[in-house]
Design a protein around this ligand. Structure first.
Ligand code: FAD
Length: 659
């Protein structure tokens, strides 16, 4: 029988506790001269917003990132938008509706109370960002514009062309810079957190490496916040930036922080298909394109075969011979079903032989209907930079007129296929975003908190900024209120020395192997194992095989890795080797979790558990919990601890996007 975990969720979804948090705010009023130190690791949307807010509240913030500027965090990649329940479209949206859609979209595996809080603060985020000058798209009359994203029947997504993440990060960065200028935030760019330091059971600091000099440094603080993003790059090929890694999160896990729901990995349906084995990165085509693009494959298998061989072009296929399979299967939501549903439907068509591209592993995303209806100028205004990005990579411009059949004009479509994109799992946090290690907090994509088994589009930015601007700045004070009587610990303590020694020893170990294989060649192999056995469709047998293969490959990593250079100065290969060490731990954790969850829900699809129509089959009787994992040492199976889910406001039911 697994242990049970108490998440400290207040009764009911409405967080009454907020009033208490406001009272604590007085403790850190700058006038009180109580300067407590907080380390924030990460400058993505979650980290930058948290560091800026904590600085403004009068804390001394030490803010770390691996890039040369906070503005280069992976968050700038976000294209499509950010959700909020403003109801500017007057289409019936509300805080409750956003809350409901998010819980349903997460296949009823999210914590109800957290999601309600997220929906509540969503509108404040938009106000905050507008005040910072974020140039959201506007209607002709000046109102902020909205578009639709998957899993919702209202338009609630605020956007800045296809660069929403970049514009939001510029806003957060301007606030952060203001606090740097005020002396409240000190930035440590090109620094990588290598370990968290625990003193008397509390997080008291970190060991970080100056990536330029290779030197290890010790930092102490009253609390540590990690905002280091997701673990999608475990799969090698993903839409994540190349630098995304899970080293900080995995080190926290090794030091005793529980890791929750690792098997919930989001596979995004609209990415540019893999085009060869030399590729190191996949490119997302934003979900916003599904507002105006229609997804299809040929109805006839012989057409699919001809398309695969290049004997036919998509624009040669007339309307009646196209299968708009999402519109056919899910008439109520059509092309805007959630990502897990759309990805599985694409896989189903390709598995049955209807896929296109020379590999048979792609479907079309076609704008012909919307260009005919709205004109190319309107479509370019909405998605111009995405069309250009697609053309740059594939040499096909999706808005180019290609054929006319029976008076209908057909434009060149995009080809897309599902790819690893986002990780719903992450470091377990309670309602106050504190991990199982007191004093250690986790925010943004690196925690597990709000998306259940599947995240709806445009809600990662919402969660990251909710955590950073509106949740953590309040909740962390419940912890810090007691810290006013604690002196900041010295970095000369043996705990710091010990942690630094271990990190250093790891560098030596990896450098000394002097084997024959590069980091990337092993990482690529790990990615293949993950995609094949722990990817879109999983089985108990496949997961066991995947675990065995990962175990063997990890041995290869430990004995046959080649890292050139030394630990002094810049050594990117050494940094990558450390990341890969942690992707191994992560990959196995994903597989253990997937193996333990004998049901299908959201991004976790166990082929043994599906309905006759191929939909995910949940088992609420046995798996209605957050699966938390405790580290038990390298090579050992981690221990599962269950946090039971409690729903009061929403009735748990089978997800339905058909009617
Ligand atoms: C192509 C793409 C498009 C997307 N579009 C959208 C969208 O339209 N809407 C939406 O809501 N979501 C979108 N997402 C998801 C969203 O962008 C991310 O989930 C979100 O930006 C994550 O923010 P974060 O602050 O948690 O982490 P990140 O932005 O990943 O930032 C992580 C930070 O941690 C730092 N870091 C990492 N490890 C260490 C370490 N060991 N030491 C020191 N620093 C470290 C990095 O330097 C960085 O500053 C998209 C994702 C992708 C890949």
């Amino acid at each position: 029988m697994a242990k049970e975990l108490n998440s400290k969720i207040p009764a009911g979804p409405v967080p009454e506790k907020w009033k208490e948090y406001k009272a604590h705010q007085r403790l850190v009023n700058p006038k009180n001269k109580l300067k407590l130190d907080v380390i924030v690791v990460g400058t993505g949307l979650a980290g930058a917003s948290a560091a800026a807010s904590l600085g403004e509240m009068g804390f001394n913030v030490l803010n770390f990132c691996i890039q040369d500027s906070p503005r280069r965090a992976h968050s700038i990649a976000a294209q499509g938008g950010i959700n909020a329940a403003k109801c500017y479209q007057n289409d019936g949206d509300s805080v409750y509706r956003l809350f409901y859609d998010t819980v349903k979209g997460g296949d009823y595996r999210a914590r109800e109370a957290n999601v309600y809080r997220l929906a509540e603060v969503s509108n404040n985020i938009i106000d905050q960002c507008v005040a910072q000058g974020v140039p959201f798209a506007r209607e002709y009359g000046g109102m902020l514009a909205n578009r639709s994203f998957g899993g919702a029947q209202v338009s609630r997504t605020f956007y800045a062309k296809g660069q929403t993440g970049q514009q939001l990060l510029l806003g957060a960065y301007s606030s952060l810079s203001c606090q740097v200028n005020a002396g409240n935030v000190k930035l440590f760019t090109r620094y990588e957190m290598e370990d968290v330091v625990i003193v008397d059971g509390r997080a008291r600091g970190i060991i970080a490496k100056d990536l330029r000099t290779g030197k290890l440094e010790r930092f102490s603080a009253n609390a540590v916040v990690i905002a280091t993003g997701g673990y999608g790059n475990t799969y090698f090929l993903s839409t994540n930036a190349m630098g995304c890694n899970c080293t900080a999160a995995v080190q926290c896990y090794r030091k005793g922080a529980y890791f929750a729901n690792p098997s919930y990995v989001q596979i995004h349906p609209t990415c540019i298909p893999v085009h060869g084995d030399k590729q190191s990165k996949l490119t997302l085509m934003s979900e916003s394109l599904r507002n105006d693009g229609r997804i299809w494959v040929p109805k006839k298998i012989e057409d699919a075969k001809k398309l695969q061989k290049g004997e036919m072009q998509p624009w040669d296929i007339a309307e009646e011979d196209r299968d708009y399979y999402l519109e056919r299967r899910y008439p109520a939501f059509g092309n805007l079903v959630p990502r897990d549903v759309a990805s599985r439907a694409a896989k189903e068509r390709c598995d049955k032989g209807f896929g296109v591209n020379n590999t048979g592993l792609a479907v079309y995303l076609d704008f012909s209907e919307s260009i005919n209806r709205l004109g190319i100028d309107v479509i370019m205004q909405r998605y111009g930079n995405l069309f250009e990005m697609y053309e740059e990579i594939t040499d096909v411009f999706p808005g180019e007129l290609a054929n006319e059949i029976n008076g209908v004009k057909y434009y060149k479509p995009m080809m897309i296929f599902p790819a690893v994109h986002y990780t719903m799992g992450g470091i377990w946090v309670d309602y106050e975003l504190q991990t199982t290690i007191p004093g250690l907090f986790a925010i943004g994509e690196c925690n597990f908190s709000d998306h259940g088994a599947n995240r709806l589009g445009a809600s990662a930015l919402m969660q990251g900024l909710a955590d950073g601007y509106f949740v953590l700045p309040y909740t962390i004070q419940n912890y810090l209120a007691d810290q006013t009587v604690w002196p900041k610990v010295s970095t000369d303590l043996p705990e710091f020395a010990e942690a630094e020694k271990k990190v250093d020893a790891e560098f030596d170990r990896l450098l000394k192997i002097q084997g024959k294989r590069s980091v990337d060649s092993i990482h690529k192999e790990l990615g293949h194992i993950m995609w094949e056995y722990v990817g879109m469709g999983r089985t108990a047998e496949g997961l066991k095989t995947g675990l065995k293969k990962m175990h063997d490959l990890e041995k290869e990593f430990d004995t046959n890795l080649f890292v050139p250079g030394s630990k002094e100065g810049l050594n990117i290969e050494l940094d990558k080797a450390i990341h890969l060490r942690d992707f191994f731990t992560m990959g196995q954790l994903v597989a253990f979790d997937a193996l333990s969850r004998n049901e299908s829900c959201g991004g976790h699809f166990r082929e043994e558990y599906q309905t006759e129509e191929g939909e995910a089959k949940r088992d609420d009787e046995n798996y209605f919990y957050v699966g938390c994992w405790e580290y038990k040492g390298k090579g050992n199976e981690p221990e599962l601890i269950k946090e039971p889910l409690e729903y009061e406001a929403i009735k748990v039911q089978t997800r339905n996007y058909k009617n």
